[in-house]
Design a protein around this ligand. Structure first.
Ligand SMILES: COc1cccc(CC(=N)NC(=O)c2cccnc2OC2CCNCC2)c1
Length: 385
């Protein structure tokens, strides 16, 4: 009964050895239930219209109070309202895939799960139409009632109705069966606040003033002419991304429309900076990070931690280490307290040099209904929000 639910799903068994890559089960639309899964009596399914401020606020509040916490329950992700709208409405999104559960009586939103469309290249050979599953959340008071499996089955059903049979998702826990087990790292930008929030601690025999000095970032940028991405950069940025991501075993393939959606600079949501060839105007380098604050639980002095999460970074005309020095400088200038990344892409190249510290957990990547060999984190080229 270890994985009562997951052992019923088309995912590799935790101890499986993969023979060949590909879908685990093949079904047709005829095999897909036409009616929603059955919920416990007091609850009803709803579709959230994230264009409706009131409903978007319900999603914000549910996540703000009940979503992922760190292992010591000292911090909880606090995705902002503009961020959630951006994350849930990429090109070709479906409203039907923003699924909620409300209490019939009170209409209180007590659970949520979302899917967004994405084309994911697997093993550099297969281009698979998938969805990215995110924001699975059950209210703290409704845990251990087997609600999450119902949410997962219902979103699977609605995605299958659109003839999509694969998904990508991440989790902080080990389930059958990670396609990659990644470690996360953080680079302190505001060490005094991080110590006051107990996110990090003062090393022995290190004074606060010394810790501040040790974590100072460059006063200026190193990359010549680095500036925010503009819409005019999108065609060359799209080509640069496609070329760069083609080297990874799991990576998205993005249209120009998707590149602009995901990388357009947006205050408190997305920062993206580029270096362009002075002669041709083509994008040669880019660094990007998204804004995901965390609530600081029960701290008298600080309510929130402003964290930058590394997104897509490509260096072809400058060293990656210099590009990331600029990312850290720009994040510090943007008043971020910490800069987070995973050991995916070539991130290990700058993690040491730029004084990143290991986090206390792993982020597991998963594929639904697709068997493939376990990947080294450095073969991963996909970032989920
Ligand atoms: C400091 O506040 C936290 C609040 C909640 C959880 C964690 C630890 C954690 N679980 N971190 C990550 O999952 C993580 C660490 C580095 C980079 N991306 C990450 O997760 C992203 C991607 C998956 N969806 C959540 C955000 C920290």
């Amino acid at each position: 009964a270890a994985h009562a639910f997951w052992d019923t799903q088309p995912v590799p068994k935790i101890d499986a050895q993969v023979e060949k890559s590909g879908p685990i089960e093949v079904k047709t639309l005829d095999d897909v239930r036409k009616e929603p899964l059955t919920l416990p009596a007091l609850f009803e399914w709803v579709v959230l219209d994230v264009n409706d401020q009131v409903q978007l606020n319900d999603v914000y509040t549910l996540l703000n109070e009940n979503y992922v916490e760190d292992d010591d329950n000292m911090f909880r992700f606090d995705y902002s309202i503009p961020f959630l709208k951006w994350a849930l409405q990429p090109p070709h999104y479906l409203k039907d895939w923003h699924i909620g559960v409300r209490v019939k009586e009170s209409k209180k939103l007590v659970a949520f799960i979302s899917a967004i469309p994405a084309t994911i290249n697997v093993d550099k050979t297969d281009s698979v139409k998938m969805v990215e599953i995110n924001f699975l959340c059950v209210h703290k008071k409704l845990r251990e009632k087997r609600l999450a499996p119902v949410l997962i089955k219902e979103i699977t059903r609605r995605v299958n109705l659109q003839n999509i049979w694969q998904a990508a998702y991440t989790a902080g826990i080990v389930l059958p069966k990670p396609v990659a087990s990644c470690r996360y790292y953080h680079r302190s930008l505001n060490p005094k606040k991080l110590v006051e929030c107990k996110f990090s601690s003062l090393p022995p025999r290190v004074s606060m003033s010394l810790l501040i000095k040790l974590n100072r970032v460059e006063e200026n940028t190193k990359c010549p002419g680095i500036r925010p991405l503009t819409k005019a950069d999108v065609p060359s940025a799209t080509r640069l991304l496609a070329k760069y991501l083609s080297q990874y075993s799991l990576a998205p393939s993005m249209s120009e429309e998707e590149v602009w959606h995901w990388l357009a600079p947006q205050k408190n949501v997305m920062d993206c900076y580029v270096v362009v060839d002075p002669k041709t105007g083509e994008v040669t380098d880019m660094c990007s990070f998204y804004t995901l604050p965390s609530s600081v639980i029960g701290n008298p002095k600080h309510k929130t931690l402003k964290a930058a999460f590394s997104f897509y970074n490509i260096a072809t005309s400058v060293p990656l280490v210099d590009l990331m020095a600029d990312a850290l400088h720009l994040a510090k200038k943007g008043d971020f307290d910490v800069f987070n990344c995973l050991d995916i892409f070539e991130n290990s190249k700058f993690i040491k040099e730029h004084k990143f510290q290991p986090g206390d957990g792993n982020l597991q990547y998963y594929l639904y209904n697709y068997a493939t060999q376990t990947k080294d984190p450095s073969a991963m080229g996909l970032v989920l929000l």
